[in-house]
Each structure stands twice: as structure tokens, then as C-alpha cells.
Design a protein. Structure first.
Length: 173
């Protein structure tokens, strides 16, 4: 070995170890691409801007009546009964009385505040239905949009009875 590298390495500027710096070999000119110019802090700022909502926390505290009961037991019982008939719009399977979602806490506070002011549960329920739609209640009214919800159980029970009747007839033969 005559002092040259066995495996030629490309050095900065495209010169292999031991080659003349004035004339780099053809192999070393195409060995590595030139580095891209630095974008500075622009890429980092864009990345932080994109991921920052993932780490955001609500800065407002929960409403006062979200997790605090009313002082009057009769009003609290009325509020609780109403909250158990209203669906959490975030969880969709729980009532606002059982849900831990921030939206449910706001709705609980709203119900308790309005009952504390003397509003009737029916008017609060109507206001919530007008604001959020029929989906907010577990007992939607019969309308053009909700008739399949009301008729589906009856049709399924009829279909189940018909299937059971026909299978019993076959066994009797």
C-alpha cells in the first residue's frame, strides 16, 4: 500500500483522500450531492406552529355550577333529572350528568344556572333542542327526520316474531 486509502472517501469539496485538490476524479464529483442551503429558523417555526395545537390546554376554568350542586335540594333534583335526559354531544353515549367532557360540564352549568334563576326544565330542554337539535335529547320528538328511529324497533319486533313463528311451524311438521 502506497499511502493511499484502500476505500477512497470523499472529503469536503469533492476531493478524495490523496487526490489532487485541483482535479477531483469523476467518481468523487458525483459521489455525494451538495448540501441544501440552510433555511434557518423558518422550518422550526413552521413545525412548532403545526404541532402546538396538540399540546394546547383549555385556559378557562370550568363554569361554577359544572361540578357544584345547587343549595336547594329540590332544584338540584330537578336539574339532575333534566341532565340525565340530555345527551353529551362529545361522548354521544352518555348523558351530560355522567360525562367528563368539557362540553358536558358547560351544559351542566347552564342547566343549573337556569334552574337556579327559576326557569322550568321543559323550557331549558326546548332551548337546548333549538340550539343543538333533536340529537341532544335521548327522547327525540316524532318528526319527518326521526320517524325511522321510532318505527325501526316495531318493525324489528314484527320481523323477529314472523321468523320465530315460521321456524316453530317447520319444527311442528
Amino acid at each position: 500500500m502506497s499511502g493511499r486509502n484502500v476505500f477512497p472517501l470523499t472529503l469536503a469539496g469533492g476531493v478524495r483522500g490523496g487526490d489532487s485538490p485541483c482535479q477531483p476524479s469523476a467518481r468523487s464529483r458525483h459521489a455525494l450531492p451538495r448540501p441544501l442551503p440552510r433555511a434557518g429558523g423558518e422550518i422550526l417555526a413552521a413545525l412548532l406552529l403545526c404541532i402546538s395545537p396538540a399540546f394546547a390546554q383549555p385556559v378557562t376554568p370550568p363554569a361554577h355550577y359544572a361540578n357544584v350542586q345547587l343549595t336547594d335540594p329540590a332544584k338540584e333534583a330537578s336539574a339532575r333529572a333534566l341532565m340525565e335526559t340530555l345527551r353529551c354531544l362529545v361522548c354521544q353515549g352518555q348523558s351530560i350528568a355522567d360525562s367528563d367532557a368539557d362540553m358536558a360540564a358547560d351544559m351542566r352549568a347552564l342547566v343549573r344556572e337556569r334552574i337556579e334563576r327559576g326557569e322550568k326544565p321543559a323550557s331549558i330542554r326546548d332551548w337546548l333542542i333549538a340550539r343543538y337539535g333533536d340529537y341532544v335529547t335521548y327522547d327525540p320528538p316524532l318528526s319527518g327526520l326521526t320517524w325511522p328511529l321510532w318505527l325501526a324497533p316495531i318493525l324489528l319486533l314484527g320481523l323477529g316474531g314472523w321468523i320465530a313463528r315460521s321456524s316453530f311451524r317447520r319444527r311442528a311438521r
